[in-house]
Design a binder for this molecule. Sequence first.
Ligand code: PHE
Length: 353
Amino acid sequence: MSADWLARIAAAGDLAALEAERVAALGKQGAVTALLKTLGGMTPDERQREGPRIHALREGVTEAIAARKAALEAAELERRLATEMLDMSLPVTTGAQGSVHPVSQVMDELAEIFADLGFSVATGPEIEDDWHNFTALNIPETHPARAMHDTFYFDRLDAEGRRMLLRTHTSPVQIRTMMSQKPPIRIIAPGRTYRSDSDATHTPMFHQVEGLVIDRGIHMGHLKWTLETFLKAYFERDDIVLRLRPSYFPFTEPSAEVDVGYSIEKGRRVIGGSDGWMEVLGSGMVHPKVIAACGLDPDEWQGFAFGCGIDRLAMLKYGMDDLRAFFDGDLRWLRHYGFAALDVPTLSGGVGA
Ligand code: PHE
């Protein structure tokens, strides 16, 4: 009887066949189970004789099943290891998908460069009200500068009856920061801006970065040094030459437009040197009226501000010549000009990636 069972268990070719043998022997209706049940109807003498034999049978069968199961599982594992072999020497065929857009890359570079100078990053809403975008910046209702901005206005007024618009520059973040933080203030504010304008160098949505410093005793020298330090770090060249031209912005006095010098190398314009000049940003000393509009005393607090087109900064450094392609979402362009997600710009490792 016992040898019979052991032979059948040893012959089970797979786990399903083994399970069938287990049920046939040890299941509720199983043969061994049935033998166990006969113990109850035996006389004590019979039970003493038969009991150990039947229990030994059950134990032997249970052990044989466990051993056969382990052997079958090991064989199955062997088989899978042999057939599912991976060739680790093969190169991975799917490269990393996606890339960092040059605008995001430049914003990261700016944050890194200015963090080193003690500036933090501030933000403000893209849907602004007239007061923050114009009035507080010393551009009253009748001011001709309002017409200069080709503003996108919303038809409806907001809950407080204010006229809403898409911000035409990042300068309203100056106002929001001065009203919510105590000086000294050192911030940059990168973000989207909007003007109704479209050609090879203008898109209705574009990006600016605003810079603002408010402290005691701030003068144009601080402005020039900061811009020079920033542009040298950004273009990763020491031969950056700046030219400050007198200009006009309602919210700065005096105001200066800043050109950066370029030279011609192998027929191409490269930033650095002074063969020619390219305008890169607007700047000036924050107008006392703007400081006062934010509730600060202009006799105590002075500062400088600047505003710079981020898209243009990207074009100058990375060599694109059509701004519109920035926002076409063309994968070929993104693959060509995009940056690897793990190449985070750092001052020590290079902000240029
Ligand atoms: N807001 C100005 C523009 O968009 C730029 C600027 C910012 C000028 C800060 C001076 C100071 O043209």
